[in-house]
Design a protein around this ligand. Structure first.
Ligand SMILES: *Cc1c(COP(=O)(O)O)cnc(C)c1O
Length: 378
């Protein structure tokens, strides 16, 4: 039984007519850049985001870059970012000329550990970018309280968590600005690169809209220098066609995650924990084992794909060698990185497939060492 990591083709086949006619319509109307389909998706996603304003852009990395730029965060300033995330979160800070400051992970939830944020704050700190990693909301109450105390902006990186909820509140509505990626493999994915910036502040929304489109609102009316980071019409139409399915897809992801937990509960693998009172969007199902490489190889022999998110903490990547960090600067994240393994998880995954993955995991997995380490208080 071959089990891919994600199956975008299966999803396409389940909604092929809607997608094909959406694409056809954009071409018939030659609405490739800006125009009706982009406006429509922004309005559709705005409803999904409970009325926040939405500005489409080229990808989720640009979304973070535009958010920081709109807040005038640049040279001489610092931005707090989790050590465990995709590189975009750090990159966007650097491309704006500001300094990234990394914070270690929460040992249970993999998201930024808020107990370690305050010691990293200086008089140059301007913002915190919590990432709702793997689909799990970050500990927002504490983060928002710290931001308020030190007068910092909060930009939520929601690239992996469309529709997740923190204590009943929709993620992406909690901070000053939220950023989304619609990369094909994300929970809501286009058929190419796409992203969005979300905020309830209409002044900021207008500024982001200008920054993403050469600093203009009218055709030759450039009020400032921006850049070209537009969402294109075909991707917007595809996203509008897919959006109504997102709640059911999220439910299917949650159901599949629950099945994994059920079939793995007596095995050696450490299972992901759900933050209490929160709704995990399960972009990824991440377990921890003591023999990661070996288990990954065993799965591969059985035709089962798996992934690692992420193999190296961001501050230890060559890209950040200028900062001179060592693994012991981020003990939790560094010890977990060698043990985390993402199992296949997508809405179309069947119970039979999940059972098969669990059979192999239960047979070969060894207990993780990081599971017994001392807890860092939150
Ligand atoms: C995917 C992702 C991004 C960037 O999105 P792109 O659309 O690929 O540029 C940013 N942050 C996180 C946490 C992501 O997973």
């Amino acid at each position: 039984m071959t089990i891919p990591f994600v199956d975008l083709k299966a999803q396409y086949h389940s909604i092929r007519d809607e997608i094909d006619s959406a694409i056809q319509e954009v071409i018939e109307n030659t609405a490739f850049i800006k125009g009706h389909y982009v406006d429509k998706f922004e309005a559709d996603y705005s409803s999904f985001m409970e009325g926040s304003e939405v500005v489409g852009c080229a990808n989720g990395t640009d979304a973070i870059e535009l958010a920081l730029k709109a807040l005038d965060i640049g040279p001489g300033m610092e931005v707090i970012v989790p050590a465990n995330t995709w590189i975009s979160t750090g990159e966007a800070v650097t491309t704006n000329g500001a300094q990234v400051v990394f914070v270690d992970s929460d040992p249970d939830y993999y998201t930024i550990n808020p107990a370690l944020i305050e010691e990293k704050i200086t008089d140059r700190t301007k913002a915190i970018i919590p990432v709702h990693l793997y689909g799990q909301p970050a500990e927002m109450d504490t983060i928002l309280a710290i931001a308020k105390k030190y007068n910092l902006f909060v930009i939520e990186d929601c690239a992996q968590a469309h529709g997740a909820r923190y204590k009943g509140r929709l993620i992406g509505t909690l901070g000053d600005i939220a950023t989304f990626s619609f990369f094909p493999g994300k929970n809501l994915g286009a058929y190419g690169d796409a992203g969005g910036v979300v905020t309830r502040n209409s002044t900021l929304a207008e500024r982001i809209r200008m920054l993403a489109n050469h600093g203009r609102l009218g055709k030759f009316d450039h009020a400032l220098e921006g850049r070209n980071s537009r969402l294109d019409g075909i991707q917007a139409a595809i996203l509008s066609a897919k959006l109504p399915h997102l709640p059911a897809w999220t439910t299917a992801r949650q159901k599949n995650a629950a099945l994994y937990c059920e079939y793995l509960k007596d095995g050696a693998a450490e299972l992901p924990k759900n933050r209490p009172d929160s709704e995990h969007a399960y972009h990824l199902f991440v377990i921890r084992v003591g023999n990661r490489e070996d288990l990954q190889e065993k799965l591969k022999e059985e035709g089962i794909a798996s992934g690692i998110h992420y193999p190296i903490p961001l501050p230890l990547l060559k890209a950040y060698s200028r900062m001179g960090h060592i693994a012991s600067d981020f003990p939790v994240c560094s010890s977990q990185m060698g043990e985390i393994l993402s199992l296949p998880l997508y809405p179309e995954l069947s119970e039979t497939q999940i059972k098969r993955v669990c059979e192999i995991v239960n047979k070969y997995a060894l207990k993780p060492r990081s599971g017994v380490q001392e807890r860092v208080a939150v």
